[in-house]
Design a binder for this molecule. Structure first.
Ligand code: TRP
Length: 448
């Protein structure tokens, strides 16, 4: 069993050391596990909710993409893409919007905080609040549910959103799943042992406090930022208290245990703050120097980054396109082409409820699946160049004519006019395969 891990990064800023230690580094480590199937993406639609400066959005997308790649994300293993390159996401967002309770969204912290602030200031409660902000959790639910993620690593402020995604998924499953779990219920993952880095002033490192250390600034920018770290006024030679020094906390986040112990001893032994800062600069240089070079190389070739991200989007859509097809089918947005046929299968449904699901593959071709009553796939059709041919084949399978079923590839194929038009998955053994053929025959048997 693989675990599908998914997380998004809102593209409104320049990546800083806090993003690296708190999110990027652990995500890249997690993506390397043998059983991990990771989906990491730039949440650039979410960025539009918070930012109306196009140049800043664009710059941030570029920088964040380059940062993840420079830090070693393997895009052959992980799926790395921009949210805005997946049109299925806003489409799913609408399907979810239609089941998400307004009351649920009223309770979202981010929205509530804005309302509270307005009220405090004697403004209209909804002053300056967009529908984007209000619906933010539904878009996030679409991000997560589109790929049936199991685990969603997020900061604490995002736990509520993942819980809302679960709520919305449950409701959708209940309404349209016909007993089947259309959506996997996601779980938020908070990495307890991941450092929340303090910023230059000791508060949490955050763009909104303007206390960050840029991840890939020049060597000089790094040095200048570290020089601004606030320390107490103990003189060189005086013992320092590492546990009350956020400079030490920063150092700890990047140092091996023995380095940490040495640094602690040196501070307690009276090391000057200036020297301590230089030690931190050296440590960060060792950690990030090479990645910075890769970052500069990547960012100087934006067209190459574009190609990498488009390839990531194509990979993501291999999952998203057929799945959205199933979801459209589930809510009743179905092709009219199979109408006569599905009228018949509607009747059949009462008894056996096997169903055909038509969808378009990402190469634009037309395909269909036959799912049995339990939602297990019995057949997946070949790719048809046009919808009419797919519809015809689909119709002929349901015509009640004798089926030409041939065992092949560990399962079976269904043939029309000497052509294999649909295939079953491979089964564990021939008895399982025989049972599936039996279910297929029942599902397609003429109605009495
Ligand atoms: N809202 C998240 C944040 O600001 C970013 C995000 C968007 C996200 N979609 C997501 C995170 C889906 C996890 C899963 O941090």
């Amino acid at each position: 069993m693989t675990t599908r891990i998914l997380t998004g990064i809102t593209t409104t800023g320049t990546p800083h050391l806090g993003n690296y230690a708190g999110a990027i580094r652990p995500a890249i480590v997690a993506s390397r596990a043998a059983d991990a199937d990771s989906f990491y993406f730039l949440a650039d639609y979410h960025a539009l909710i918070k930012c109306d400066e196009p140049a800043r959005i664009q710059r941030s997308r570029l920088e964040i993409a380059a940062a993840w790649l420079a830090l070693g994300l393997d895009t052959d293993k992980a799926t790395f893409y921009r949210q805005s390159d997946i049109p299925e996401i806003p489409e799913l967002c609408w399907l979810l919007t239609c089941v998400a309770g307004k009351g649920l969204l009223n309770r979202a912290h981010a929205y509530k905080a804005s309302v509270d602030k307005n009220v405090e200031q004697g403004e209209d409660p909804d002053a300056g609040i967009t529908m984007g902000l209000f619906s933010y959790p539904v878009l996030m639910a679409a991000d997560i549910l589109m790929f049936n993620a199991h685990k969603v690593p997020v900061g604490r402020d995002q736990i509520q959103h993942v819980e809302m995604a679960r709520d919305i998924a449950q409701r959708f499953n209940h309404l349209f799943g016909n007993g089947k779990e259309l959506f996997t219920l996601p779980e938020a993952v908070i990495e307890e042992d991941v450092a929340t880095l303090p910023g230059l002033d000791g508060r949490k490192m955050s763009k909104s406090y303007d206390n960050t250390i840029p991840l890939f600034g020049s060597a000089k920018q790094l040095k200048d930022a570290v020089a601004r770290i606030v320390t107490d006024s103990k003189l060189p030679g005086e013992a320092k208290d590492p546990d009350n020094s956020h400079l030490f906390t920063l150092y700890q986040a990047f140092a091996a245990p023995t380095q940490q112990a040495d640094f602690r001893a040196a501070l307690e032994g009276g090391m000057a703050w200036g020297e301590a800062k230089q030690a931190l600069v050296n440590l960060l240089e060792a950690e990030l120097g090479e990645a910075r070079e890769r970052y500069q190389a990547l960012i100087s070739k934006p067209a190459d980054l574009e190609d990498i991200l488009l390839a990531g989007a194509a990979k993501a859509r291999k999952t998203a396109t057929p799945f959205l097809g199933e979801l459209r089918e589930a809510v009743g947005l179905r092709s009219f082409r199979s109408e006569a046929v599905s009228g018949a299968s509607e009747k059949k449904k009462a008894g056996k409820s096997a169903r055909f699901v038509s969808f378009r593959d990402d190469d634009g071709s037309f395909r269909f699946r036959l799912l049995d009553a339990a939602g297990e796939q019995l057949l997946l059709s070949k790719s048809f160049a046009d919808g009419k041919a797919a519809g015809m084949a689909n119709k002929r399978l349901q015509s009640g004519d004798a089926l030409d079923v041939r065992e092949q590839d560990g399962g079976f194929g269904v043939w029309l006019d000497d052509e294999c038009v649909a295939q079953s998955p491979a089964f564990a053994d021939s008895s399982v395969s025989q049972a599936a053929i039996q279910r297929l025959r029942e599902a397609l048997a003429p109605q009495e």
